[in-house]
Design a protein around this ligand. Sequence first.
Ligand code: CU
Length: 541
Amino acid sequence: MQIRSFARRRALTQLGALACALAAPRASSDGAPADAQDRCGGATGERLLIPGEDGWFGRLAPRGSPITLAASSINTEATWATAFAAQHRGRRYRNPALAFESGERARIMVTNALNEPTIVHWHGVQVDTANDGAGMDLIAPSGRFAYDFAVRARAGLYWYHPHPHGLTAGQTYRGLFGLIAVDDAEERAVRAALDVTWGRTDIPLILQDRRPGPAYAPDAGDLHHGFLGSIATVNGGRDVRLEVGSRAHRFRILNASNARTYLLGFADATGRAIPFTLLGVDGGLLAAPIRCEECFLSSAERIDVLLDLSRAAVGDAIVLETRAFDPMHFDAPQTPGAAPSEHLHSHAHAPTETETKDATGDGCAPWPEGTPRRLLTLEVRERTAWRGRVPDRLSSLPAPDATGSSERAFRLGFAKGSWRINDRVFAMNETPIEVARDAKEIWLLRNYHTSMPHAMHLHGFQFRVLERETSPDALARLVVDDRGRLATDLGMKDTVLVWPGESVRIVVDFRHPFPGSQTWMFHCHNLEHEDGGMMLRMKVG
Ligand SMILES: [Cu+2]
């Protein structure tokens, strides 16, 4: 089952031990005029919004108290048209970052002041069906829903977002999402060793690509490929910059984009890549840190990274950027029943009608997936001592153990106008996946060659990536072990990107503490694919 090819082992030896990418030449331009690039994702813009103790994405620690999140339209200059409003102990929030101790009880009332139904899913946290917000129950306009669950999650960065089937993409894009920061003793020890502080040197970065204005109006191409914006936003701001001292900074990065995958890395003003340390992924800290130069981050995935600027000089500008890669989008026939295009993988899909309008209306050139952009500029303003260090061991995460697992296969592909899992599209009253209680299973996720990357998300369970086979050549320089895994595969995951032609094996331990059988969802987190039915319901006995 595991890949043991000599060629790969030799390649790995040449790669060296724990480097997740060799220095790679980076494309310096995406073809956009320099001024357009500056406006739409450049280096001279507004300050990065750093979430504080209130306001947008402010940290809200309920500490046992019930809280209310009000899905509301907002009437401000903000990036988004809607948000979850909250008040707690005299502070007012929009999309609060909910801070919990691992295992803490959460009592959250969600009210719906929108004019369409909604429901909230706690992405990455293990909750029962009733609290999972997967779309089986909806909150009607003017309605409310009371959640009451234990925050069963390792310490790490999770998030919440709407999950009403068919409306998820639009509601998320229009701003209904926030962070969940789960803490425990292990995480506190790492934070102390790193000498970082949430909101100062430990900063969440929420990536979302947008089009001008608050509206979500996908065309047919968007529904096929996923909705791609022409503007890069970080924490809701465009062209953002952050003044920093020459010390280490921790960034917890969430890809809240509807569909876009990023190839993230840092670079100095000359374009030279600056390595960083990967500390954690979706489900919290890795067992050990790993040095990286770039990581893919698909929709809903998170990475936890440490960037050491100790050697930077005052006046230096370091950018967080997304780099060039082949997005491997299969071009579907434009008319139903027509033969697929000869050119199966476009290197960057043609601008959609809306994107073309953007180019004329907003000055932002289309931003096809896989083309580079600067996302955030770190301006080094002062010498700052850093007294931290990166511990050799971050957490007690064990190696993946697939002993006693049976294997279940899934095929990801496109047919009759829909992206599908095992040739099926979502039906609310069907549970095509049935798992025995307490089972452990290997899931083989195979994506057709004539496909596109799919960010597969499982509700209810964090899983481990066992191996990647027949991956695209572009991944080779990111591979860190003889199972074809990437650095970002080494921790607990709830979302995994599966490339065209690739087979990814994950192992899922389906033990859960809830009474009776429960149902959860397994779906693509490209939100247009999800809304289009690339989702199956799963029953665990
Ligand atoms: Cu997909």
